[in-house]
Design a protein around this ligand. Structure first.
Ligand code: NDP
Length: 400
């Protein structure tokens, strides 16, 4: 039993909070704290009569370490689950350090003025977390998150050595809008309009955005176009998977999404450089976010499935082996269960599981760690139990 403090109350947090409340024999207390406290109160109202978990709410500006420290001291959680934006990772990590509380997140730090996500800022806390005797679990969403757990599981149970990993993220959902993003538009567009890259033979190979396209026939979904992107788990897996030669990440995009994105890029709407507009400084991408559909409203309109997983090629007992571990999730079923579409669901469920394992002490290890550094077995078991069952396919189709 224990208490979790969730920071942020957007799409992903809403799912994690539903799951925390379903898991009330483990989480007996939950505090939801965010910038807009009315969103926290609304969720508390919806859930409090469905669960034994005692729910409180609070207002916090997570850019301010002093506010966070004050809140953590008042709430006294066993673990802080950061589901705000990547910009708040370091302030929340600072506050956890000052108060001696474990930290979990789903996305690595990104400075607001450079669209470049890297682990170096968070890995710089390693020694301080070790000395403080607390755990920071980084990247407990789906990708990063479950993809790292799948990698650790494959290495533990199927391979002596993994040489190639292809992470395939397919969203075959249709929300009926010509253009909308499935999670925070600002973060999403920064990710997909950046240069691509993959890791090969000890170094990074950079590509132009969307330069490398492949077609893949996804189990239970069908054939989709997918594009190579840089993604944050490539950086930690390159370090933590012994014998690795290449890791790539592919995401599916439909033609309408790509055409709209190109057009928005061409007119300057995806830029993060501030401009003056009617005497006021605005960031075009932030303005675009304000006019796009809010991802949390996509739930009731989205139909179809996601399929996210990893293809591993490596060696077992001297012979080559290939397996594919993946999860298929249905947008409409997610909406029925927790009122959100599958992209938020596939992130919120692992966020709850990561917080649970750290809180229970099963995954405590003083320092700052990526998810593949922990024993994957309890996480894999929890995925089956909490709504993201996975499958292992031997001899899958490979990506050229
Ligand atoms: P949303 O924009 O829906 O939610 C973000 C929440 O954080 C909002 O409630 C927002 O408050 C709150 N917030 C933002 N800034 C502050 C602040 N300064 N102080 C306090 N609260 C703040 O985002 P998502 O739910 O889509 O994404 C949440 C996180 O999950 C992101 O870091 C994203 O990158 C990550 N993610 C990870 C994935 C994975 O697989 N690993 C996949 C998808 C997302 P307000 O309501 O006032 O705006």
């Amino acid at each position: 039993m224990g208490k979790v403090l969730v920071i942020g109350c957007g799409g992903v947090a809403s799912v994690a909070i539903h799951k925390i409340c379903q898991n009330d024999s483990v989480f007996d207390e939950l505090c939801i704290a965010s910038r807009t406290v009315s969103k926290c109160d609304k969720l508390k109202e919806k859930l409090q009569n469905t669960t034994k978990t005692k729910i409180t709410t609070a207002q916090v500006n997570a850019d301010k370490v002093e506010e966070l420290v004050k809140l953590i001291k008042e709430v006294k959680p066993d673990v802080v689950l950061n589901l705000a934006l990547p910009y708040q990772d370091l302030t929340i990590m600072d506050a956890c350090l000052e108060t001696g509380v474990h930290y979990v997140d789903t996305a690595n730090y990104e400075p607001e003025d450079t669209a470049k996500f890297e682990y170096k800022w968070q890995w710089a806390y390693r020694e301080r977390y070790e000395k403080a005797g607390i755990t920071a679990l980084l990247g407990s969403g789906f990708d990063p998150g479950v993809t790292g757990v799948f990698s650790a599981y494959a290495l533990k149970h199927y391979f002596d050595e993994i040489n190639y990993i292809d992470i395939l993220d397919c969203n075959a959902g249709d929300h009926g809008y010509p253009f909308a993003t499935n999670f925070n538009p600002e973060i999403n567009i920064r990710e997909v309009s950046a240069k691509g890259s993959y890791w090969e033979n000890g170094h990074w190979v950079e590509t132009e955005p969307m330069e490398i396209k492949r077609v893949y026939n996804f189990p239970e979904v069908g054939e989709k176009d997918m594009y190579l992107l840089h993604h944050e788990e490539l950086e930690s897996l390159a370090l933590n998977m012994p014998g690795i030669k290449r890791i790539r990440f592919f995401m599916t995009f439909g033609q309408s999404y790509l055409t709209h994105l190109k057009c928005l890029e061409n007119v300057g709407m995806t830029s993060i450089e501030p401009i003056m507009y009617e005497g006021r400084e605005i960031v075009p991408l932030q303005f675009l976010k304000a006019v796009l559909p809010d991802p949390s409203t996509l739930g009731p309109r989205t139909k179809g499935k996601t399929n996210i997983g990893c293809i591993f090629i490596g060696k077992k007992d001297g012979k080559e082996r290939k397996i594919y571990i993946y999860n298929v999730c249905d947008h409409e079923e997610c909406y029925k269960e927790v009122g959100s579409q599958a992209v938020a669901y596939t992130t919120g469920v692992p966020a709850m599981i990561g917080a649970m394992l750290v809180m229970q002490g099963k995954w405590q290890k003083a320092g700052v760690h990526n998810i593949e550094e922990f024993d994957p077995d309890p996480f894999m078991e929890a995925l089956n139990k909490w709504g993201l069952p996975w499958k292992v396919s031997e001899n899958p189709d490979l990506v050229e």
